[in-house]
Every structure is written in structure tokens, then in C-alpha cells.
Design a protein around this ligand. Structure first.
Ligand SMILES: [Zn+2]
Length: 497
């Protein structure tokens, strides 16, 4: 065939070439996908593959049925086709550290707040079981309109529990002895939690017992390093997601042994202080001192040990930076309050207006240290997950996760690494990486269609054209409608839109 074209030359050759092209396309069969929709000519940003340009994606029911180069698939016009030109498709995002129970009035709107910001999955890191379970159940009943919810139930704490309901909300359960810790943990396992969370005031024996149950049940164990222990010990026992990088610094100093003895003495709590106060006193005495006296060798050997055990880190950069740097006073942050139900918006605005702009230099130093440690962790490939602690600290649900991704980049991660912390990593954490967290054939269609490339600027994850949850395509108009209902305080959670 090629020879024939070559010997023809001139105008004849052009016509002949055209014929061949036409023949090729007419041979390529037109395909119709029943009960499906196709996003055509879209740029896909996959957390592993990176950017894949000009792709066609077919979504059927709740799965990605096909993902191919646009030129390799000839779509019949009968298909439901969505033009993806100049748009960027990423997996739906996770906020891996949220607390529904912290503000139960706001929590009624949190599923929609998350979803309208492209947060298609969340991990609740502490709240009364009956409450967070009801939110999880609602999400399971309405997967197309609710973000997936994974729960730990309450924090399992020690004798002087911090979140005991007196000043701070009752996010934890108090366990006074090892056998109580075991009984409460077994109860949570029997109730069907997705993971467990151990807290700061546990004794080493209590922590070890909880870690043993987590291991036996093949459940992830999240937590703060108990103040009675060192991080390397907690991680060796099975602490495999460390929230807020809490208490890492206490072992990263030369005199960590004597500091540990001092903490254990204080934890005996002769004065019978409430847990919140006791914890505050210990932090005040040791935290800043440790950051000011870091021993680099000890610090890096801790990071090596975290890496060795593949213990996930959830730095929650926003819950440090936003309150400490008083970011909540900045216009761009206050604009995010408009996303909240009116009543919450007014409350938060009032409280922010009453705040001052003084920045505590020690706290600022600590927040900066958390960010630099996050960068160091990324360098040695410790698995990181993006979580915010919303709705604490004026962190607007949904919006704050996008800020967290920006802070990840500010801490030294690339845009793609930052995206992984809210997509692939949490999917791996919950051992769902074969069905979630990538833009891949047969994966669950939890996706976001963006107007701009997030690999050029991670801030572009906020510029949302559409959210796809469990295959359900929520276009910009629908997202705006949801937003209006949230503002008006209409609870739409159970409607199954
Ligand atoms: Zn938290």
C-alpha cells in the first residue's frame, strides 16, 4: 500500500492518503456504552502514573469501566458524552483526620460540606461510637451522595483522660487499668470499628494490650504517642498511624531517658489534676525544650524507625498553622466561612473578630518544626496522609483539606506527592488500594474534575468543575445547589439525592 502512494506523487497521493485515513476510522467500530457516561478528551492526573493527556474515561454504575487514549476509542454519538477538554481528572480526596462529634450541630452538614469540596472519603479519628457509627451507616446507605466514613469510635485513653467532657468534649473513654483497656477495646472491635485510636495518657502496659488486640484483629492502630512511652517503642508495638506527629520530639533529644522518667513521675498525678491540665503541664515543661535541643542523630534515627515499620504519619499541618499563625483572620480564610451553615458562620466570625493577631513565637517555632519534619519524612519516603482535625481551630470542613495539600507542598513535597497523601496513601492505609485511590480501570469512580492542572499549582484542587461520587456525576450547578442548602441550614443528609 505504501509503495502505491509513493509512486503516485502529487495531488493523487494526497487523495489516496485521505482515503486510507477515512478507511482506518470507518474500520474502528463505534462503541456504545449502555447505562454509562463517557468523559472525553480529559487530562488524567493519576497518583502513580502522573499526567496522562487526552484520555477517555467511561463510568458505568459506580466503577471506571474503561480508561483509554481518546484516539483509541470511537464513541457512538448515542453515548452520554461529557466534554473533558482542558480539564483535569483526579481521584476523590480523603481528609484522614476529622471529628464529627466535636460539633454535632455542624456535623449534620459535614457530609455535604466534604462532598461539595471533592472530599469523597473521611477518617473520623475520635467520637462517641453510637454517633460516628450513625454517620457511617448513613454514608453506607447513600454512597452516591455521601463521603465514605471510616471510624475509630472514641479515643481509648488512660486513667486521667484528656477529652472527658468537662472542658473538652467527651471524645474519649477513660480506662483505669489494663483489663479495662482490654475490655473497652474488645467492645469496640465487636461493634465493628474500622480502626482503633490510642491516646496520650495510657500506661505502657495499657498501650501494649490495645496494640496486641489491633494486631490480632488486623486493624490499624492510630494515636498519639502515650506520654509514658517513647515513640520508637510505641511504633515497634504497632502504632501505625501517628496523629499530629505528637510527642515525637520528646525522644529526639540527648537526655530523652531522664525526660521520660520525669514524665512518668508527673503522670502519677499526686495532685489529682484533670487529664487535660496534667497533659498541658507535661507539654509545657518538655515540648518546647525538646524542639530547642534536638539531637539530629536521635531525630534521624526515629525517622528511620518510622520508615522501617511503615507507620503512617498524619501531620495535620493546618491545625498547627491556622490557629498559631492566626490564618483564620485572613480574608481568604474568612471567605471559606461562607461555605458553612449560616449559624456556624456567624459564631465563627464573632469569635474570630474577638481574637487578636498576636503570634506566640514558641508556638510558631513548633508549627514550623512540624512542617520541616513533614518535609524530612517525605524525603525518606515515610507514608504521609493529609488530615486536618476539622472542625477544630476554625478549620472549615472540606476547604481545610485543600489548604492542607498546599501546606504539604510548602513543606517540601511535590504536587504529585501531596496529591498522594489524600488519595493513594489513605486507600493503602485501609487496604483498599486495589479499588480506590487511583484513576484506573475497574476502580470505584470517586473522582474530581478540575478546571486547572493541580500539578502546576496544588491550589488548583479547589477549582472544581464536578465531583463524582460512587459514579454519581455532581456537576457545578448541583454542587452550588448543595452549597445553598448548607448555608440555609437545610439538612439534606438523609435525602439520598
Ligand atoms: Zn484530632
Amino acid at each position: 500500500m505504501l509503495c502505491t502512494i509513493l509512486i503516485m506523487g502529487g495531488r493523487g497521493r494526497k487523495i489516496y492518503s485521505l482515503l486510507i485515513i477515512c478507511l482506518f476510522f470507518s474500520c474502528q467500530e463505534e462503541i456504545y456504552f449502555d447505562n454509562a457516561y463517557c468523559i472525553q478528551n480529559v487530562n488524567v492526573v493519576d497518583p502513580i502514573e502522573g499526567l496522562m493527556e487526552e484520555m477517555t474515561l467511561v463510568v458505568k454504575e459506580n466503577k471506571i469501566l474503561q480508561i483509554v487514549k481518546q484516539e483509541d476509542l470511537r464513541l457512538s454519538r448515542k453515548n452520554n458524552i461529557i466534554d473533558g477538554s482542558h480539564k483535569y481528572l483526579i481521584p476523590g480526596l480523603w481528609d484522614s483526620h476529622v471529628h464529627f462529634y466535636f460539633d454535632r450541630e455542624l456535623a449534620l452538614h459535614m457530609p455535604e460540606l466534604f462532598l461539595s469540596s471533592g472530599i469523597t472519603s473521611v477518617r473520623d479519628t475520635g467520637g462517641a461510637f453510637w454517633y460516628v457509627d450513625s454517620i457511617r451507616q448513613n454514608a453506607l446507605n447513600h454512597p452516591k451522595t455521601h463521603p465514605r466514613v471510616k471510624i475509630a469510635g472514641p479515643l481509648i485513653d488512660g486513667n486521667f483522660n484528656v477529652y472527658n467532657g468537662s472542658v473538652l468534649p467527651e471524645l474519649s473513654i477513660r480506662t483505669q487499668t489494663v483489663s479495662e483497656s482490654i475490655a473497652e477495646t474488645e467492645r469496640l472491635v465487636a461493634q465493628g470499628v474500622d480502626f482503633l485510636k490510642a491516646y496520650e495518657m495510657l500506661s505502657p502496659a495499657q498501650f501494649e494490650a490495645i496494640a496486641g488486640i489491633a494486631k490480632r484483629e488486623n486493624l490499624r492502630l492510630a494515636g498519639h504517642v502515650p506520654l509514658s512511652m517513647e515513640i520508637t517503642r510505641a511504633i515497634a508495638l504497632g502504632l501505625n498511624s501517628l496523629e499530629h506527629i505528637k510527642n515525637l520530639e520528646l525522644e529526639a533529644v540527648k537526655n530523652s531517658d531522664s525526660m521520660l522518667l520525669e514524665r512518668r513521675k508527673m503522670l502519677k498525678n499526686q495532685a489529682y489534676l484533670p487529664g487535660r491540665e496534667l497533659r498541658g503541664n507535661i507539654h509545657q515543661l518538655q515540648k518546647q525544650f525538646a524542639v530547642d535541643h534536638l539531637a539530629l542523630e536521635a531525630y534521624h534515627s526515629i525517622l528511620d524507625s518510622i520508615k522501617k515499620y511503615e507507620a503512617y504519619q498524619v501531620p495535620t499541618l493546618s491545625i498547627y498553622k491556622v490557629p498559631i499563625y492566626k490564618i483564620f483572620r485572613e480574608p481568604f480564610w474568612q471567605k471559606s466561612f461562607k461555605l458553612l451553615p449560616n449559624k456556624t458562620m456567624k459564631e465563627w466570625e464573632k469569635r474570630v473578630a474577638a481574637s487578636n493577631d498576636n503570634i506566640n513565637p514558641d508556638q510558631k517555632k513548633f508549627s514550623d518544626w512540624i512542617q520541616s519534619t513533614t518535609g524530612e519524612m517525605a524525603k525518606v519516603e515515610i507514608p504521609l496522609m493529609a488530615g486536618t482535625d476539622t472542625p477544630l481551630g476554625y478549620l472549615t470542613p472540606g476547604f481545610s483539606l485543600h489548604y492542607e495539600l498546599e501546606l504539604m507542598v510548602e513543606s517540601g513535597l511535590t504536587e504529585l506527592q501531596s496529591l498522594r497523601t489524600a488519595t493513594l496513601q489513605p486507600a493503602k492505609y485501609f487496604r483498599m488500594e486495589d479499588s480506590l485511590g487511583l484513576v484506573k480501570k475497574d476502580y470505584i469512580a470517586d473522582l474530581i474534575l478540575l478546571n486547572k492542572n493541580p500539578l502546576e499549582d496544588i491550589g488548583h484542587t479547589k477549582d472544581i468543575h464536578a465531583v463524582i461520587k460512587d459514579g454519581n456525576f455532581l456537576n457545578r450547578n448541583t454542587l452550588d445547589e448543595i452549597q445553598k442548602e448548607i448555608s440555609a441550614g437545610v439538612v439534606v443528609s438523609a435525602l439520598g439525592r
